[in-house]
Design a protein around this ligand. Structure first.
Ligand SMILES: Cc1ncc(C[n+]2csc(CCOP(=O)(O)OP(=O)(O)O)c2C)c(N)n1
Ligand code: SF4
Ligand SMILES: [Mg+2]
Length: 283
């Protein structure tokens, strides 16, 4: 069933053109009266400062490390408490994120992952892609991209999924399903950022889809059973994927990447697919 996705974001807000958070936030419209907890990041700016707000639901602005703890408190009085945080927030706030998952708090956490600390000037985060150039990795990131969704899955919480702003219906279905489950629910949203990744602002959805179609980002869901979802089901067969090189070369942050590094990335992506396929058999 196709869900009706509304637009809880008002026009005139200060997001960049083609901002992935602005696209992703629309999926929250499938929840009844959500309360959204937002730690520092681009979404703080997009939402705006009290008494003004560009979002049609209540927003609580909090310091980085406290977001899931604040949401835990709110969940004692309200349903549908959602933390909407960036990948930087998930790095810096990981202790409270993990603690909240361990307690199985009755909250939904969505990490909108644009693979860098964008709001403070494109610094690399734990989820920045290997070899991506940022202001703190000017020759390409040397460390691996950590797999946050799998880390959260290993907390053995009731619901974990990945999603992409390129596939909003898949994402909205996951938000809706998460809203019907109690306990700690986690969604890792892939959010390509035009200025941070250096591509034209009209191409956010196209780049997000290329990530999925090349197999570099895998859409999956765990709701008691681990399964691939949406476009990623077709990408199980490697022959049906687009070349990863196409995805990488469409972004300025990978400018000048060597053919050997592209091959290395293909190998890393294959390893993640092997892991995901073994999880399908295990859970
Ligand atoms: C404890 C703390 N450290 C650093 C900052 C400065 N700061 C504000 S926003 C931000 C980047 C956030 O990055 P991310 O969570 O990925 O969100 P994005 O801006 O990419 O959407 C940082 C480092 C802060 N507000 N608090
Ligand atoms: S820098 Fe990226 S995430 Fe931040 S407002 Fe601009 S497009 Fe959105
Ligand atoms: Mg970020």
């Amino acid at each position: 069933m196709r869900l009706e996705i509304g637009c809880p974001l008002l026009p005139g807000n200060p997001s960049c053109q083609g901002c992935p958070h602005s696209i992703g936030l629309k999926a929250l419209s499938v929840l009844e009266n959500p309360i959204v907890v937002v730690p520092a990041g681009c979404t703080t700016i997009i939402a705006g400062m009290h008494p003004k707000s560009s979002l049609k639901f209540p927003v609580v602005h909090v310091p980085f490390a406290s977001a899931p703890a604040v949401a835990c408190g709110l969940s004692k009085a309200y349903d549908n408490v959602v933390v909407w945080m960036g990948d930087g927030g998930a790095d810096i706030g990981f202790a409270t994120l993990s603690g909240s998952a361990v307690r199985n708090d009755n909250i939904i956490v969505i990490v909108s992952d644009n693979e860098a600390y964008m709001n403070t000037g494109i610094q690399a985060s734990g989820t920045t892609f290997w070899k991506a150039k940022t202001t703190t990795s000017p020759t390409g990131k040397r460390e691996e991209k950590k797999d946050l969704a799998l880390i959260m899955l290993m907390h053995r919480v009731p619901y974990v999924a990945t999603a992409s702003v390129g596939y909003m219906h898949d994402f909205a279905q996951k938000v809706k399903k998460a809203g019907e489950i109690r306990g700690f629910r986690f969604i890792h949203l892939h959010s390509p950022c035009p200025p941070g990744w250096r591509f034209d602002s009209s191409k956010t959805v196209e780049i997000a889809r290329m990530a999925v179609k090349s197999g570099a980002w895998i859409l999956w869901e765990y709701d008691g059973k681990f399964k691939l979802t949406g476009a990623s089901r077709k990408c199980r067969d490697k022959g049906k994927r687009i070349p990863i090189e196409e995805y990488l070369r469409a972004q300025g942050r990978f400018r000048g990447i060597s053919d050997d590094d592209v091959k290395e990335i293909e190998k890393k992506v294959d390893e993640v697919w092997n892991l995901v396929e073994s999880l399908e058999k295990m859970f």
